[in-house]
Design a protein around this ligand. Structure first.
Ligand code: B4P
Length: 191
């Protein structure tokens, strides 16, 4: 089984690259951001709660996010593996994911981390805001907050996987195709 964590700051290209990885490796794509947005669109209680955090550029509380992710994994059996896109985003989420997968006889194969300079992230999110309709992309203050939250709460997750020798950094600058090739190279070496 191939279970990948796709990691990086907002706008690093996680969602973009996930689409290419699921095609090549036939994996189930679980993006916590997409699942929250689907709930917001559907007007569910979870969506209302998530929106109150996402609109400020804050993380949705761990307990809510972890329960949601676990129930999404449980919907799939007999699969080749998963791409966890945007999860884990805190050390508590990383620990919970490890324990949950262990209970199912599974584990994370590797964390692929996209490195992109801050100025480029802001440019990409600004461009996406024009046609995505995402309120969290349209406001520079919210973008700055998301980047600050990433540095303070999410970046430490890197060392969680480094300690397990499962951390792989990828240069996230260049064309989408170039970055995909870099990721394929890493995955083919660990798979
Ligand atoms: P996400 O949906 O994960 O949003 P994101 O971090 O902005 O990444 P995304 O995947 O959408 O963008 P990508 O980098 O692909 O999270 C949104 C919010 O949900 C969070 O702020 C938080 O509130 C909440 N949330 C989600 N997960 C959570 C968790 N685990 N715990 C708590 N809260 C959680 O791409 C960005 C843009 O760059 C795209 O427009 C793309 O076209 C462009 N791009 C990509 N690659 C490029 C390249 N090589 N060159 C130029 N542009 C490129």
């Amino acid at each position: 089984m191939l279970n990948l964590v796709l990691f990086g700051p907002p706008g690093a290209g996680k969602g973009t690259q996930s689409q290419r990885l699921i095609e090549k490796y036939n994996l189930v794509h679980l993006s916590t951001g997409d699942i929250f947005r689907a709930n917001i669109g559907g007007g569910t209680d979870l969506g209302k709660l998530a929106k109150s955090y996402m609109d400020k550029g804050q993380l949705v509380p761990d307990e809510v996010t972890i329960n949601m992710l676990e129930s999404e994994v449980n919907k799939h059996s007999d699969v080749k593996g998963f791409i966890f896109d945007g999860f884990p985003r805190t050390e508590a989420q990383a620990k919970a994911l490890d324990a949950f997968l262990e209970g199912k006889g599974m584990s994370i194969s590797g964390m692929v981390a996209l490195d992109v300079p801050e100025e480029e992230l802001k440019e990409r999110l600004k461009k996406r805001a024009i046609d995505s309709g995402r309120t969290d992309d349209a406001n520079p203050e919210i973008i700055n907050n998301r980047i600050a939250v990433y540095k303070n709460e999410t970046a430490p997750v890197k060392s969680f996987y480094e300690k397990q020798n499962k951390y792989y950094a990828i240069n996230g600058l260049g064309s989408i195709e170039e970055i995909t090739s870099r990721i394929f190279e890493v995955i083919d070496a660990i798979n």
